[in-house]
Design a protein around this ligand. Structure first.
Ligand SMILES: [Zn+2]
Length: 85
């Protein structure tokens, strides 16, 4: 079974909301010590920097991989810190 939905910008849920709901459990609930199926850091970077351009698979991945999610949060924090200056 294949479901191919169009990846469209969804105005109803912001990146913030997505992260808020995800943050609480994602950073610990999905340990992945062997980093199975993890995307390269460059892709996490893209997701943090330009979520619209990121591979949906990467976004999907961070929702089920704590190490990547944590790394993503770091990148995001870093990014915002730089932008705020
Ligand atoms: Zn991962």
């Amino acid at each position: 079974m294949r479901t191919k939905k169009k990846q469209k910008a969804n105005p109803e849920i912001s990146e913030e909301e997505f992260l808020c709901s995800a943050k609480s459990y994602l950073s610990t609930d999905f340990p992945n010590p062997q980093r199975v199926g993890c995307p390269p850091e460059a892709q996490l970077n893209t997701l943090a920097e330009r979520p619209r351009n990121a591979d949906p698979a990467v976004r999907q991945h961070i929702t089920c991989c704590s190490p990547c999610f944590k790394r993503y949060m770091e990148l995001l924090t870093d990014l915002r810190g730089r932008k705020a200056v």
